[in-house]
Design a protein around this ligand. Structure first.
Ligand code: NAD
Length: 259
């Protein structure tokens, strides 16, 4: 049996990389992606491939560019013959009051965190319809369900992607294609880890206190989610067991949105 193929956007780091590993461990061939094209990007693909004994390619595509988003899907389909699972994960953040929010940052966040998923989904659906099965998994956020001050673009994009998730799910519901979102709370990625020393300094607190009282203030468990836990949720949503789960979101947020 030929292996199924997964494309994960923004996957040379953090949650995307964790999801790529989880899908590869579950037997998928995987296309990983970012906007860079370094030797380390291709080495990462080789590393995942060797670890899990599947085929992994690195495809450069800038998710702020609609044409490149669509080209990513076509290249993956050309290489592997199908696109069975699409994980829309690429994302960036910027924090500022709305009346001071730089327009170019707003545009970049909407483009990378929301519009890219429109383009990749539009490009992937014909391939999924042809094979009669598909899974689209959008990495949203607790900020798709709740707001925080100073994150206007991020919160807007993440609320938007939940709308896109529901709409796509309804459009392809009878084609054995599902579309769902995962809403992580704080996940301990290198990006988040790097913020801890600054927060310790700014609040004059030790690591445990700053993590518990500042960063995980809203996360009821007072623990970070892990990239492995998000990856496992991706693999579950991609599985046959999740065939009747569509147009919804799964929170992996340590109880943040229960309050
Ligand atoms: P990260 O910075 O480690 O990963 C982001 C990935 O996106 C990287 O691989 C980066 O190269 C890629 N990327 C950025 N701009 C891109 C572009 N223009 N084109 C292609 N790729 C691009 O961050 P992360 O924490 O792993 O975040 C991944 C996703 O998870 C994002 O959508 C983020 O909003 C979401 N998320 C993260 C957290 C968290 O606490 N870490 C919580 C909720 C949601």
């Amino acid at each position: 049996m030929t292996k199924k193929t997964a494309v994960v956007t923004g996957s040379n780091s953090g949650i995307g990389l964790g999801s790529a590993h989880a899908l590869a461990a579950a037997g998928y061939n995987v296309a990983i992606n970012s906007f860079t094209d370094g030797a380390e990007d291709h080495a990462l693909a080789k590393e995942i491939a060797e670890k899990h004994e599947v085929d992994v390619v690195y495809i450069k595509a800038d998710m702020s560019n609609g044409g490149e988003c669509r080209a990513l899907i076509e290249k993956a389909a050309d290489i592997f013959g199908s696109v069975d699972v699409l994980v829309n994960n690429a994302g960036i953040q910027f924090v500022a009051p709305v009346d001071e929010f730089p327009v170019e940052k707003w545009d970049a966040i909407i483009a990378i965190n929301l519009t890219s998923a429109f383009h990749t989904t539009a490009a992937a659906l014909p391939h999924m319809k042809k094979s009669g099965r598909g899974r689209i998994i959008n990495i949203a956020s607790a900020h798709g369900l709740r707001a925080s001050p100073f994150k206007s673009a991020y919160v807007s994009a993440k609320h938007g992607i939940l709308g896109l998730t529901k709409t796509v799910a309804l459009e392809v519901a009878e084609k054995h294609i599902t579309c769902n979102a995962i809403c992580p709370g704080y996940v301990l990625t290198p990006l988040v880890e790097a913020q801890i020393p600054d927060q310790m300094k700014a609040h004059n607190m030790d690591r445990d206190t700053v993590v518990r009282e500042v960063m995980l203030d809203k996360q009821a468990t007072k623990e970070f989610a892990t990239v492995d836990q998000i990856g496992a949720t991706v693999v579950f949503l991609a599985s046959d067991a999740a065939a009747q789960i569509t147009g919804t979101s799964i929170s992996v947020d340590g109880g943040w949105t229960a309050a």
